[in-house]
Design a protein around this ligand. Structure first.
Ligand SMILES: Cc1cc2nc3c(=O)[nH]c(=O)nc-3n(C[C@H](O)[C@H](O)[C@H](O)COP(=O)(O)O)c2cc1C
Length: 418
């Protein structure tokens, strides 16, 4: 606490002396957990709890972190290695590092205007940004802000023959989105105790308690004044422009729900010609089937521990998925990623990249609009350091590094019991 207060004073002093405060970020917030600590102090309680909380008692979140920590990379020394490059290819496109931003629905609750800041930072750094369908900017606005790196996530809007879902997919294609991401792992609505206890109501609206809570957070209030109350604007053509927040969340509850079936996935495969990603796969046979129907990318994820807390850590599910897919689709990981070391662990185990969700919310809560660029920088530097330490000149070389992974699910563990 004292350290943070001191760092804040120094940063402010440098800023008033004309120095760029961003140059201090690496010194005072060198890890995602430093950002988390600062975010907890600076965000309204409901905003932090929404962005940080998981299902149940956060057991899935802890499992993700512990499982990643348990993965060890064995280095070899004694040779001269060229300075490593973090540059890599994901789904056929070149990016500056094997990292990306996972979709977050309603990120404006964590920090108003979040989508704009995330999109701008991702575009500048050339890493993928997955805009969620439940966002405060439209897919078209997202594509303007991040033309080279925008991915777009869809939930299942199945009414009237997927009229809304398929139209959104067509709009994403027309806007030039790089990849369409279909979320597969939400067959049931689940509750997050920390979110409910913080006073966030369902359907969502800004209650008096939340407004009072926000009074304690000038940065959040300033962002709200600048960007307005977040609304799910990609859905305006279907629900109308003039609904209250409560009415629009009720609309979403009516229109969206359940997990895509295999037949529905084929429908989207027919309409969307670009790279198609299935997000939330854990079982190797689901991954195999997805690859068989032409899905290009498998995003191994347990939704960051936000669905139920008994799910495997996604890093533990990764190797069996990689084996099952056998190179027929790219594999990406999210859930629990806090560092470039975590991303390198995932790549060493066969993923092409690792994405983060919560850590980007912490970055916004901690540093406001500057947060996402700083976090991308932290993750990328960390990837480079890991490459250097393990003697890898390129990201692809990580696949050759000996890796020990005690928690990995084996294919025989995944057999249904009779
Ligand atoms: C506040 C919040 C909202 C989220 N909303 C969505 C969403 O709308 N769609 C989706 O597919 N995943 C959603 N996720 C899950 C993320 O895409 C991602 O899988 C998860 O955050 C990864 O784990 P991590 O937070 O430990 O990095 C959300 C995550 C958070 C933290």
């Amino acid at each position: 606490m004292a350290d943070t207060a001191l760092s804040q004073t120094k940063t402010q002093a440098r800023a008033s002396a004309g120095a760029d405060p961003r140059s201090d970020y690496m010194r005072y917030y060198p890890t995602a957990f430093d950002l988390r600590k600062r975010a907890r102090q600076r965000m309204p309680n409901f905003a932090f709890e929404y962005g940080d909380g998981g299902a149940g008692s956060d057991g899935g979140i802890d499992r993700n972190w512990k499982a990643l920590d348990a993965v060890e990379l064995m280095p070899r020394y004694g040779k001269v290695v060229a300075p490593p490059s973090a540059q890599t290819t994901i789904l056929g496109r070149s990016y500056s590092a094997p990292i990306g931003i996972s979709p977050v629905g309603g990120p404006g609750t964590c920090f108003p205007g979040a989508e704009r800041y995330l999109a701008a930072a991702a575009q500048a750094a050339r890493v993928p940004y997955t805009l969620g369908v439940l966002s405060g900017i439209t897919v078209e606005q997202g594509a303007e802000l991040a033309p080279d790196v925008l991915w777009f996530q869809l939930y299942r809007f199945a009414n009237n023959g997927h009229k809304i879902g398929l139209d959104l997919a067509r709009r994403a294609a027309a806007a030039g989105v790089q990849a369409l991401v279909l979320t597969f792992d939400t067959p049931a609505r689940t509750t997050r105790p920390r979110e409910s206890k913080s006073g966030i109501p369902h359907p969502f609206r800004l209650t008096m308690k939340m407004r009072l809570d926000a009074m304690s957070s000038p940065p959040w209030l300033m962002a709200l004044a600048k960007n307005g109350i977040p609304r799910f604007v990609s859905l305006n053509p279907y629900m109308g422009d003039n609904l209250s927040l409560e009415e629009s969340t009720a609309f979403i509850r009516r229109e969206q729900g359940g997990a895509f079936t295999w037949d529905e996935l084929k429908l989207y495969r027919d309409v969307w010609k670009g790279p198609l990603v299935l997000k939330g796969v854990l079982h190797p046979q689901d991954a195999e089937r997805a690859a068989q129907i032409g899905i290009d990318g498998i995003l191994v994820s347990n939704h960051g521990g936000r669905q139920i807390e008994a799910l495997p850590a996604s890093i533990d599910a990764l190797p069996a998925v990689v084996r099952a897919v056998g190179g027929k689709a790219s594999v990406i990981l999210d859930s629990g990623v806090r560092s470039g070391v975590d991303a390198a662990r995932a790549v060493a185990l066969g993923a092409d990249a690792a994405f983060a969700g919560k850590a980007f919310m912490w970055s916004l809560g901690a540093l406001g609009p500057d947060g996402p660029a700083h976090l991308i920088n932290v993750l990328t530097e960390d990837v480079r350091a890991t490459l250097g330490q393990t003697g890898c000149p390129t990201v692809a070389d990580l696949r050759k590094v000996p890796v020990r992974h005690p928690g990995a699910w084996r294919p025989e563990d995944c057999v249904e019991r009779g």
